[in-house]
Design a protein around this ligand. Structure first.
Ligand code: ASP
Length: 343
């Protein structure tokens, strides 16, 4: 039987055209995308599509879009073998991360893709990305199970775990990287899947669980030389913020000045969730390595290990949406839930 795929079009450069009036890139409709990729008809795959209204530049993505995506996948889950989400690259890693936490017991592929150049222009990367994403979303193994039952990003021949990926180039076709997790697949003459990296469900029959309540009361504070007490206090102690992602130096270090540690202590006493991720592009937080890291740990800061900021944000939104108990959230942050950290 033919595999069936639902392509969900949210917007992004892949489907944009230059407006003849002001020259800006604006989204066009999905039928025009399909016209640009006649190759898709050659696949033995049934393809349906769903277009969001309005189509957006992904810089305008809000958590409500993730909720709509999760609900749509839930609603159509039994009808399709896999899902391809066309999405702008700017926030693709945020959306893929969030969806990975919102979808539990996933047994089907959810593949995000997009492009750096619109699909209608001669050197576009959109065609290859879309064709590869459809092939991966419909790939099954000998037991008719999905080859990649995860939320992923397929871009420029690499299939990356969604909650490990980050956009690192505004210009190159290989716009995404996943420094702390090897690719799940590489597309060359054929697509080579690395089954030792892909996560497979323990129970293929467990029903999909979709979590749509997200708590977005999170701030991200990037530590930098010259940070002032006013800025640190604003982020760490603001009553409207429940959790702060601290983007620290190296292996999880921040300034050891007493005023800073005092603010961290105050935030901890207020019951805030303080999560430490590194500003480095690869490697992990280890708060036992340096005195500066140790002081953070002592003040109640929890380790984000080698989590990307995008994954940390999605994980916090989802965990905090599940419970009002910050202690429970902290305990869950310490666990690898969807392959987002190496532990
Ligand atoms: N600004 C665009 C977006 O994220 C960029 C892209 O799609 O590559 O929607």
């Amino acid at each position: 039987m033919k595999a069936s795929i639902l392509i969900i079009y949210t917007g992004g450069t892949i489907g944009m055209k230059q407006d003849p009036v002001d020259g800006a890139l604006r989204p066009f409709d999905f039928s025009q995308i399909l016209e640009e990729v006649p190759e898709l008809a050659k696949f033995a795959v049934k393809i349906d599509s769903y277009t969001f209204d309005p189509l957006i530049d992904s810089s305008d993505v809000e958590p409500s879009l993730w909720v709509s995506l999760a609900e749509l996948i839930k609603e159509r889950y039994e009808q399709y073998d896999g899902f391809v989400i066309l999405h702008g690259t700017d926030t693709m890693a945020y959306s893929a991360s969030a969806l990975s936490f919102m979808l539990k017991n996933l047994t089907k592929p959810v593949v995000f893709t997009g492009s750096q150049l619109p699909i209608g222009v001669p050197r576009t990367d959109g065609k290859e990305n879309l064709i590869g994403a459809v092939e991966i979303a419909s790939a099954m193994d000998a037991s008719s199970h999905a080859m990649v039952p995860e939320v992923t990003i397929f871009f420029d021949s690499l299939l990356l775990r969604g909650n490990r990926a980050t956009k690192y180039s505004a210009e190159a076709f290989d716009a995404f990287t996943s420094p702390d997790c090897p690719p799940l697949a590489k597309a060359g003459i054929r697509i080579r899947y690395d089954r030792s990296v892909i996560h497979y469900p323990e129970d293929w029959d467990a029903p999909l669980q979709v979590q749509t309540h997200l708590d977005t009361r999170v701030g991200i504070l990037k530590i930098h030389p010259g940070i002032t007490p006013a800025v640190a206090r604003y982020f760490l102690c603001a009553p409207e913020i429940r959790a702060v992602i601290l983007e620290t130096y190296g292996s999880g270090n921040a300034l050891s000045r007493e005023w800073f540690l005092e603010i961290v202590r105050e935030a901890d006493h207020m019951g805030k969730i303080l999560l430490n991720v590194t500003q480095c592009k690869s490697g992990t937080v280890n708060m036992d390595l340096y005195a500066t890291g140790k002081s953070l740990k002592k003040q109640g800061v929890v380790s984000g290990y080698d989590s990307t900021t995008e994954a940390a944000l999605g994980k916090l939104f989802s965990l905090m949406g599940l419970s009002d108990n910050n202690q429970w959230v902290k305990e869950m942050l310490d666990r690898d839930l969807r392959g987002e950290i190496s532990k």
